[in-house]
Design a protein around this ligand. Structure first.
Ligand SMILES: *Cc1c(COP(=O)(O)O)cnc(C)c1O
Length: 435
């Protein structure tokens, strides 16, 4: 399988190059030259996430130096608890993606990418620098996945004051080969800085920069597998496809769900639940695509005004009309997020993180509109990560899962940084030492 840039299909590269580079040299995003096709019966005998991932992802790894390691990569990275929990009995379910080391779905993809990159490296290679802009959860997941991994250092850029206190603590709690910067700006600024760094020849040569953002194809691919796994599990029970609602910011997780469907898995409509950042809902309601500055909301990991994976989504649908592709998008404001968190806890004693609450509110609206199909909701983070939002609404405290509690018990440090690229350039001079 070859991969080309969304902006130029004439110079395809292999998977290893796409993984190492993150972003294509022309600024585009890497896309596979073809999507393999599967029917539900092709995966009949396969159970468990690592085995499902190995089957589904094998065509993407064909011809790559990682091909023979794929089973091992899937076992190392994806063996995490993945419960499907009843939400409306018999009609809707939560796919709990938050049982990894940093309590958000991004652990699956970050661990997979790290497992791939670790195997692509030879011992004599210079130390590589993974640069990652985060709206809160990516940075922690990438840091956890690369922490103390030989041959790698990580530079995290997060928007100061726009992540929860626990997220901020977590981001600065790793130390060792993890360098954390709090940027005076929003997530879009962090993302711009990371892109500028990746496009800077001199920095690249000196620090061997690579990306771990959701723009990396190595993060997109593994996410396909949990939608495949869950939709197959439900298909065996229901004999019909399930509609999936995905809390959406940068469009990485939801794109993986759309690709799972395009590959033939039993998924019906894919519904992108956003917070007050309306770029996608406006587009899917018929407006031209218009990226804009990110607005701060309670669901901060989705505070994205110009989702970078939109370019990839548009590429996959370049010969079709995206707006008639069974993809929908709805925006949920902060007041509705609060109300949903309160209501769901009162009705069924279930605490939701603010992102998952957006998806749950979209489900409520769809039910109110008369849609009765079975639904799967991607539950993207553990509510304890967003205790400042959730606990006052519930009037009770939520116990952090053990891995999160452990990180919160460590000291934490982040360097302040302006949103000017020149300052980042200078600051990166100091991380080049021991790694
Ligand atoms: C990152 C994140 C999202 C948004 O995912 P995208 O892939 O950027 O669309 C949603 N919820 C949580 C908890 C997240 O951390």
């Amino acid at each position: 399988m070859k991969y080309s840039s969304t902006r130029n299909e004439t110079e395809p590269v292999d998977l290893a190059t796409a993984l190492r580079q993150g972003l294509a040299p022309d600024g585009g995003l890497y896309v596979p030259e073809a999507l393999p096709a599967f029917g539900p019966h092709d995966l009949n005998a396969v159970t468990g996430l690592p085995a499902t991932a190995k089957r589904l992802l094998a065509p993407f790894f064909a011809g790559s130096p990682l091909e023979d390691d794929l089973a091992e990569i899937c076992a190392e990275a994806l063996e995490l608890p993945l419960p499907i929990v009843d939400f409306e009995p018999g009609r809707s379910w939560m796919l709990e993606l938050f049982h990894g080391p940093t309590a958000a779905f991004k652990d699956f993809a970050a661990r997979f990418l790290a497992a791939c990159m670790g195997r692509l490296r030879s011992p004599a290679d210079p130390v590589q620098t993974v640069i990652v802009a985060t709206s809160g959860d990516t940075g922690g997941a990438v840091a956890a996945a690369f922490h103390r991994r030989p041959g790698f250092r990580v530079v995290i850029l997060y928007p100061q004051g726009r992540v929860s206190a626990r997220q901020a603590h977590q981001l600065g709690a790793f130390g060792d080969n993890i360098h954390t910067f709090k940027v005076e700006g929003n997530f879009d600024d962090c993302q711009r800085l990371a892109k500028q760094a990746l496009n800077d020849r001199e920095l690249n040569e000196r620090l061997q920069l690579t990306s771990a953002n959701s723009i990396s194809i190595g993060r997109l691919l593994p996410q396909i597998s949990y939608y495949a796994n869950a939709s197959l599990q439900l298909w065996r029970e229901l004999s019909r496809p399930v509609d999936v609602i995905v809390p959406t910011g940068n469009l990485g997780n939801a794109l993986a769900c759309i690709l799972a469907r395009e590959m033939g898995l039993p998924i019906g409509e894919v519904v992108l639940a956003t917070n007050a950042n309306r770029t996608l809902p406006d587009y899917f309601s018929g407006e031209d695509y218009r990226g804009r500055p990110g607005l701060a909301t309670l669901a901060n990991a989705m505070d994205v005004g110009d989702p970078s994976n939109f370019e990839r989504l548009a590429w996959f649908f370049r010969d079709r009309d995206l707006r008639t592709a069974d993809i929908h998008s709805h925006s949920i404001d902060d007041e509705a997020i609060r109300e949903t968190i309160r209501r769901v806890d009162a009705e069924q004693r279930m605490a939701l993180c603010p992102h998952t609450a957006c998806a749950v509110e979209v489900l409520r609206q769809r039910r109110a509109a008369g849609i009765t199909t079975p639904h799967l909701i991607a539950a993207t983070a553990h509510p304890a990560k967003f205790d400042e939002v959730v606990e006052p609404l519930l009037g009770r405290s939520i116990t952090p899962p053990p891995a999160l509690a452990e990180l919160l018990g460590r000291p934490s440090h982040a360097e302040p940084l302006s949103a000017e690229f020149g300052d980042l350039r200078q600051a990166m001079g100091n991380v080049s030492g021991n790694g």
